[in-house]
Write a protein that binds this ligand. Structure first.
Ligand SMILES: Nc1ncnc2c1ncn2[C@@H]1O[C@H](COP(=O)(O)OP(=O)(O)O)[C@@H](O)[C@H]1O
Ligand SMILES: N[C@@H](CC(=O)OP(=O)(O)O)C(=O)O
Length: 414
C-alpha cells in the first residue's frame, strides 16, 4: 500500500486535478490511498465565512464565491455536470442551514463543522472525476476511520479506535480517495487536526495500514533550505532524518505539518516530498538514515507573531509558579509558544497571532500580571546556522529577542 497526499496547491485548478490523475495512473499496479486537501485556498475562504458569521456580518457572498470556484472546476472537468453540481449545491446549502441553526457560542466547534466542507467537496469532485475517466476508485469518508476526541480545531487521534476502523477497510479496492485534515469524534461531530493537517492524516493512515511509503506531492522540488517565496537562494535537501524533519517542522517549516513525522518514525515508513509537476524526480526522502547535509543552513520564517512580555504587578520575581500559570492560559486558549525567555522580573514569549483569541489572552494575563506586547513581529529560526547566514538575514532589521543554541538560532525582529 502506498499513501499519497495532494495539498490544496496541487488541486487548485483543472490542470492540477488532471495532473493528479496522471500521477495516480503512473502507479496503476499498486494499491494507493490518496489523501486530498481542500482545493486552492478554500480553507481560508471557509474560515472567512465562519469569521463573518461570528461577527454577525453578511457571509452569503463569500459562500457564493466558494460555490463559484468549485463550479468553475466542475465545468472544466465534467462532461455531464448535473449530478456533481447538485452535490456541490447540497454541501453549500448544508453550510448555510447549519449556520442558521447554531447560536454562535462555540467558535471552535462551529469552525470545524464548516471548514471540513472544503475537503469533503474536493474529494467528491476528484473521486467522481477519476471514475468518469475510468480510474476506478472508492471515496472514503475519513470521519468513519480517523477517530478523534472532541478537541475542535486541534483534535487528538484516538489511535485504538482509528486502528480498528482502518482494519475494516475493504481489501479488494486498488484506489481510495479520502479527505485530509478532518476526523470524526465519537458523537459523529466533525473535528479538524489543526491547519495544514492533511499531511498528518496521510501519516496516520500509513501507520495504521503499515504502508510501504508516503508521498506528499508539492509545487516545489522537495524540502528546501528556505521558502522560495521569501528567499532567492536555497538548496534542496536530498535526504533528511526523521529528527531533522521534526525539528524543522516544529519551528514552522510549513512544507510538512509537524505532527506528520512521529507515526512514520514509529513504523519506520519513509516519507517522500516530490514535485507534482515532475513526478519522475527524486525529491526529498525523510527516513531513519543519518542527516548528512548539516552544512546547509535551513531558514524558517514565521510572520505575524505576537511578542508578549509579562511581569508581576508587585515587582516580585517571575517564579516557576507564575510561568506555569502563564502556560495554563496558553493551553486553555490552545496557543503555541514558539520561543520564550525569562529574566528576574519578566517572562517574554513569542506566539502565533490569532485575532480571535488575542483580546481574551490579554484579558486573562492582565488579571494576574503586567503585560506589554508587540504585534506583527517576525520570528526567524535558523537550523545549523553560521555567522554569515545570521548577518545576511538580519541586515537592516531591529532584533528584539535572540536565542542561540548549538544547532539553532531563533531571532524575533521588527
Ligand atoms: N522549507 C521549505 N521547502 C519547500 N517549500 C517550502 C518550505 N518552506 C515553505 N515552503 C512553501 O510551501 C509551499 C507549499 O505549501 P502549500 O502551499 O501549503 O502546499 P500544499 O497546499 O500542497 O500543502 C511551497 O510553495 C513553498 O513556498
Ligand atoms: N485544507 C487544510 C488542510 C491542509 O493540510 O491543507 P494543505 O495541504 O493545502 O496545506 C488547510 O488549509 O489547513
Amino acid at each position: 500500500m502506498l499513501v499519497f497526499k495532494f495539498g490544496g496547491a496541487s488541486v487548485k485548478d483543472v490542470e492540477g486535478v488532471i495532473n493528479l490523475k496522471s500521477i495516480v495512473q503512473l502507479y496503476e499496479n499498486q494499491t494507493i490511498l490518496v489523501v486530498v486537501s481542500a482545493m486552492g485556498k478554500m480553507t481560508n475562504a471557509l474560515e472567512e465565512v465562519v469569521k463573518l458569521f461570528y461577527k454577525k456580518e453578511e457571509y452569503a457572498q463569500k459562500l457564493k464565491e466558494i460555490e463559484d470556484y468549485h463550479q468553475t472546476l466542475i465545468n472544466g472537468l465534467f462532461e455531464d455536470k448535473t449530478e456533481i453540481t447538485a452535490s456541490l449545491k447540497k454541501h453549500i446549502q448544508r453550510i448555510q442551514d447549519y449556520l442558521e441553526s447554531v447560536d454562535g457560542q462555540r467558535y471552535d466547534e462551529i469552525y470545524d463543522q464548516v471548514i471540513s466542507n472544503g475537503e469533503l467537496i474536493s474529494t467528491l469532485i476528484i473521486s467522481t472525476y477519476l471514475n468518469q475517466e475510468g480510474v476506478s476508485n472508492r471515496w472514503l469518508d475519513t470521519r468513519k476511520y480517523l477517530k478523534t476526541d472532541a478537541t475542535f480545531r486541534e483534535a487528538k487521534v484516538n489511535w485504538e479506535a482509528t486502528q480498528s476502523s482502518i482494519d475494516l477497510l475493504e481489501q479488494n479496492v486498488n484506489l481510495f480517495i479520502t479527505q485530509g485534515f478532518i476526523g470524526g469524534a465519537s458523537d459523529n461531530k466533525t473535528t479538524t487536526l489543526g491547519r495544514e493537517g492533511s499531511d498528518y492524516t496521510a501519516s496516520i493512515f500509513a501507520h495504521c495500514l503499515k504502508a510501504e511509503s508516503v508521498t506528499i506531492w508539492k509545487d516545489v522540488p522537495g524540502v528546501l533550505s528556505a521558502d522560495p517565496r521569501l528567499f532567492s537562494e536555497y538548496q534542496k535537501f536530498d535526504q533528511l532524518s526523521y529528527t531533522e524533519a521534526v525539528e524543522m517542522t516544529y519551528y514552522g517549516a510549513t512544507v510538512i505539518h509537524p505532527k506528520t513525522i512521529k507515526p512514520l518514525q514509529n513504523s519506520n515508513i519513509p516519507l517522500y516530498v516530490k514535485p507534482f509537476l515532475h513526478p519522475e524526480e527524486a525529491g526529498t526522502v525523510i527516513n531513519s538514515g543519518e542527516f548528512l547535509q548539516k552544512n546547509i543552513s535551513a531558514i524558517i520564517v514565521k510572520k505575524n507573531q505576537l511578542l508578549i512580555s509579562i511581569s508581576t504587578k508587585d515587582f516580585s520575581f517571575i517564579s516557576e509558579l507564575n510561568i506555569s500559570h502563564i502556560y495554563e492560559i496558553f493551553a486553555k486558549l490552545n496557543l503555541k509558544c514558539n520561543v520564550s525567555q525569562n529574566s528576574a522580573l519578566s517572562f517574554t514569549v513569542c506566539l502565533d497571532y490569532d485575532d480571535m483569541k488575542f483580546e481574551e489572552l490579554i484579558k486573562l494575563l492582565e488579571t494576574s500580571f503586567k503585560v506589554r506586547y508587540n504585534e506583527n513581529v517576525t520570528l526567524y529560526t535558523i537550523r545549523h546556522y553560521d555567522s554569515n547566514v545570521l548577518q545576511k538575514i538580519l541586515e537592516g532589521k531591529i532584533v528584539i529577542l535572540e536565542q542561540l543554541s548549538r544547532s539553532t538560532a531563533q531571532i524575533v525582529v521588527k
